[in-house]
Each structure stands twice: as structure tokens, then as C-alpha cells.
Design a protein around this ligand. Sequence first.
Ligand code: NAD
Ligand code: UDP
Length: 421
Amino acid sequence: MSLQTSVERFVKANKVMVMTACLLFALAFVTTLSTGAVVKPRQKTVGTAVVDVRDDIVEIREELERLKSVTNKVYPEVPILNEFQRKRILITGGAGFVGSHLTDKLMLQGHEVTVMDNFFTGRKKNVEKWIGHPHFELVMHDVVEPFMIEVDEIYHLASPASPPHYMYNPIHTIKTNSIGTVNMLGLANRVGARLLLASTSEIYGDPEVHPQTEDYRGNVNTIGPRACYDEAKRMAETMCYAYEKQNHVQVRVARIFNTFGPRMHLGDGRVVSNFIIQALQNKPITVYGKGQQTRSFQYVSDLVDGLVALMNGNYSKPVNIGNPDEYTMLQFAEKIKDITGSESEIVYKPLPKDDPSRRKPDISLAKREIGWQPKVSVHDGLVKAIKYFKAELDAGNKMVKNGRRSGPYAALDLYEKNSQT
Ligand code: NAD
Ligand code: UDP
């Protein structure tokens, strides 16, 4: 086996370590030679042949240059915390829209982050900038299967969140949020980790109380098209408190309201991305029903701040995390037209079954218990999101029908049918 082949094999398995070792070795060797500390031997015996070691040095130098070009990745700067401050954190669904922003925040705080994701709706691209960083791991895994790891905290986000996506494979949505949550609570119990569940405003269903407070118990149709998500999240919450009561697992439950921002997939199918993409392309903006239903939208950085504050606080009951700024969908379409300067017409499509007629969080509890409230206005958040979507469209990431043969992004066309029964 040639020297180059063996170096390549070993290096593939231990890139960073080998690079550092080689660099140190080469530096020491070259320094020694250049200072004249060792003049002999410059020859070594290979079999019966005597060869000049300087050839090896040249070869190693070349190999180092090649490796540098592969691994010379510049990472965002992270603080170096000591062993007692640096937490080991698992984020399930960390390659998704929210999870990837949470990853950034925790990495930038200096913690060790493991992202576990099955890439159902998430993408490697979302966490690409951290791949190879010594504080970061990316594991492809389905949370429905047990997962063993030693961690201090678990942010359990794995679950499709967009209605077209969670309705695409309702059984898997149920399994992800039920079996997946049991798996994560079991893990938290075994290793003594604190677990935060990404729950949702959907647990309030089509609410009769407005704005929604945490003590409102909700109005969910158990057999409607949204039930696979709503009921599974409700059950996930129940499981958290069963594990808290019976096994003393430390749990946190965030009831997340509609969130938007960069890294939403072009095929996400939720209202913010749909409207922006349509407006940017001067295509008709699709308002479902008469557009009189309301939602309240928060920018993703606010959500991430809220999740971290909740995880680190002492309050263990469910907390609404959302921005109370409420719009009808018609107002929202006009707002996006206005910011983008679009000439899109507004067209009306059938209202999905059980589509909640209004939604707005009461965030008094979040303010009081974890000292959190949103900082980014909907307008400012939209400007940032529009910039992101424009860049995606300009980069040629247009939605191509039938470009993918499976998965939720291939199934947006099924939504009209899936959401009616
Ligand atoms: P997303 O679809 O972008 O991200 C979800 C991630 O979970 C993806 O990376 C996906 O691949 C992964 N995932 C799905 N099923 C999995 C499985 N079985 N095993 C492992 N990974 C799996 O959605 P998001 O908007 O980032 O939502 C994240 C979490 O926040 C979800 O739990 C969602 O229910 C909750 N939430 C989000 C919103 C919102 O407006 N974004 C609102 C309420 C609740
Ligand atoms: N909606 C719409 N046009 C779209 C997508 C969604 O009018 O192209 C409406 C949808 O009927 C709902 C609201 O926008 O009333 C928010 O929908 P989304 O799918 O973003 O999330 P939801 O809050 O329903 O989970």
C-alpha cells in the first residue's frame, strides 16, 4: 500500500485530528531541520532500499496543503465555556426551520449541540455551517425509533408543522408526536435531562376563547384532518406531565403560535411563505375561504429566545410563545403585497376543514414567568423574510412540479383534497 493511500484512509476517518497532528509534526520537523539540530539521518531504510526522508516531507507537505483546502472551513466564533458551563444539548428536528435557528443560538452560546433529524421536511443545508465543528453533531435518525445519547437538555421539535406536511402522512405525524415523545421522555428520564416540548397553539383547536390563555382547554375535532397533529401534540403534552409526575422528569412545554422567517422551505405551504412567494412572482395570492380568519405571527428569533428562556427558567407548566399582533388573512395578503410592491391579484380558494377562525396568544404568563415578550415587529420580520425568499427564488430554487417523487414537498397539490375530509 502506498504512503499516499494509507494517509488518505487514515485521514478520511480522523480528518481534524490528523490535520492537527500532521501540522505539529511537520512544523517540529521542519524547525528541527532548519535550525540544524539534526542533520543526520536524512535517510531511512525501506526494505532493502535506502531513501531520502526529504521526499517524504515534501509528500506530507503536499498532502497537508490538499487537506487544508478541504477542511479549511471558517466557523462562526463561539465562546469557550468550561466543562461545567457547557451543556450537551439534543435538538430533535434540528434541521428544520425553527430547529436550525435554535441550533445557531445554542452553538453561539458555546454549548455542544447534537441535531437529530430524519429530513422529512428539514434540510442539511439549514445547519451546514456547523458541520465539522467540534461542538456539533448531525445525526440522521427517526425519533419514532429509540435513540441513546448522553445529554443535559433535549429540545424536542421533531414533527412536521405545516398543515399540508402533517396531513401528507397523518399516521407518521401521530407516531412522531406520540412514540417519538415517549422515546425522548424515556431518554430524559434515563440520563436526567430536562426536556422542552415544542407544542402548538393548535392544541386550542378552533378556539371559543380569545385571545387564548394557557388555562383554556381547547376545541379540537378528534377525527378531522388536523387531528393527527392537534391530538398528537395534546397527547405529547399529557405525556410530559405523566413523566414529570411519575418519574420526576423536568419538563417544559412551549405552545408555539404561527412563526415565520428565513429558512422556511419554498414548499412549506403555510400562509406566510405562500403569500410571499406568490407576491414576489406577481402570481395570484391564494386566500382560503373569505380571508376573514385571523392569525398572529411572530418572527423566528423571538420564538428561539422564548424557547431558551423557558428551558432555562423555573416554570414547568405550558407557556404560550407568540406575537399577539393579529391579522385577517385578507389584511395579511394586502400587507405582503404592499411590502413587496407586488401586482398580484387576490384569488379565493376553498377553506380547509376545521381551519381555526381566529388565533391570538395571551402572553401575560410568558412575560410574568420567564420574562419574555417578542421584540421584532411583524413588519420588520416580513422585510427580512421577503429578502430571504427573494434570494431563494433568484438562486433558481423555483418550485418545480413533480420534481420530487415522494415526501411532503411533492404533495402540496394533495392539500386541497387532504384538508377537506
Ligand atoms: P419544520 O417542518 O421546518 O421542522 C420540523 C423538523 O422535524 C424537520 O427538520 C423534520 O425533518 C423533522 N422531523 C419530522 N419528523 C421527524 C421524525 N419522525 N424524526 C426526526 N425528525 C423529524 O417545522 P418547524 O416550523 O421548524 O416546527 C418545529 C416544531 O415547532 C414542530 O414540533 C412544530 O410542531 C412546532 N411548531 C411550529 C410552529 C411554527 O409556526 N413554525 C407553530 C407551532 C408549533
Ligand atoms: N391560508 C391562506 N392561503 C394560503 C395558506 C393558508 O389563506 O395559501 C390560511 C389558512 O386557511 C389559515 C391561515 O392562512 O387560515 C394560516 O394557515 P397556515 O397553513 O399558515 O397555518 P395554520 O395556522 O392554519 O396552522
